[in-house]
Design a protein around this ligand. Structure first.
Ligand SMILES: [Ca+2]
Length: 326
């Protein structure tokens, strides 16, 4: 996380510096930050994975920087994302857990357990928006329930489409999502991840003419925990291709298919950048928010790196994660 903050700071110093007084002003680089949810360190080919196919992320790593000793700020979603957004260490950031024991004032039910970012918690989106960037968040937020101080539109994002509540994000076939502050119905049978990709491609096309920051917080390959408890398989994906014929347990085939689907969509984003001639002026980050969900039971651990490596990372109260950037 410290390395990531340094990288982001470096970008910001560059962005906020006066432009050259030469005849041709330099355009500020676009920034696309892609975040996977609960992706294991060893689930990508560029980190030693042999069974799950991730050619696009492997290509991103070859073309850019692959970090091999990179730690998220926390081993679960909300605090890791709070540090990512604010650049603050867990000792300083306001959100330090997925839920809070003390009810959030003015909230009831599940929302009362979710601590929202406060007005004084400055996010990278707010900094970039002030620097003239078009800012967009597509995917999972988890740092502010409806009508709180922490909703994306109050934390620097011009545009938001996705989940506010991270439990709601477990379901890959939701009946509603949020577009800015409006709750919108989703057509039955729509796989939310696919919707996030089409929204991301549309955002890039829409904002192509000026610098943009896209925080693409995918929900893959997090399990649908509720479905998992009900059926024994929470790895919710439309098809287990290209692993249908593998002699693996059902949930492992599904997990691998989720990772490969995520990889393919990163490929679509990179292809669009090339098509729009934005490839040379866009910084692409790819990270996981923390390591695999369950170190003893989740599918990823059996086809990922040895469990001990992940255990050592967690025992340090952090999580080693995949991070490739270009
Ligand atoms: Ca997570």
């Amino acid at each position: 996380m410290r390395i990531l903050c340094l990288l982001m700071c470096l970008c910001l110093v560059t962005l906020l510096a006066p432009l050259h007084s030469s005849t041709k002003a330099r355009r500020k680089p676009n920034i696309i930050f892609i975040l996977a949810d609960d992706l294991g360190y060893g689930d990508l080919g560029c980190y030693g994975q042999k069974l799950i196919k991730t050619p696009n992320l492997d290509g991103l790593a070859r073309a850019g920087i692959r970090f091999t000793n990179f730690y998220a700020a926390a081993p679960v979603c909300a605090p890791s994302r709070a540090s990512l957004m604010t650049g603050q260490h867990q000792g300083h950031t306001y959100v330090r857990g997925n839920t809070t024991l003390k009810p959030v004032p003015g909230q009831s039910g599940a929302a009362a357990t979710r601590l929202p970012l406060r007005p004084q918690d400055v996010t990278v989106a707010e900094v970039l928006k002030a620097a003239g960037y078009a800012t967009g968040l597509i995917g999972k937020w988890g740092l502010g329930e409806p009508d709180t101080t922490g909703i994306p539109n109050r934390k620097g994002f011009d545009y938001f489409f996705g989940h506010l509540n991270q439990n709601h994000a477990h379901n890959y076939y939701p009946d509603y999502l949020w577009r800015n502050q409006e709750r919108v119905s989703i057509k039955l049978g729509t796989y939310s991840h696919d919707l996030f990709t089409s929204e991301a491609l549309e955002f890039i096309r829409r904002e192509r003419s000026h610098p943009f920051f896209l925080y693409l917080a995918y929900t893959l390959p997090h399990a649908n925990n509720e479905l998992g408890r009900a059926t024994g398989n929470g790895m919710q994906v439309p098809t287990d291709e290209p692993y249908s014929r593998e002699n693996w347990p059902r949930q492992e085939k599904n997990y691998a298919a989720m990772v490969t689907r995520l990889d393919a969509d990163v490929g679509k984003i990179r292809s669009l950048l090339k098509e729009l001639s934005l490839d040379g002026e866009t910084i692409v980050f790819f990270n996981s928010d923390n390591g695999p969900q369950d170190l003893t039971k989740e599918a990823s651990i059996q086809i990922s790196l040895p469990a001990m490596e992940c255990f050592v990372a967690l025992s340090a109260n952090s999580t080693k994660v995949a991070s490739v950037n270009r």
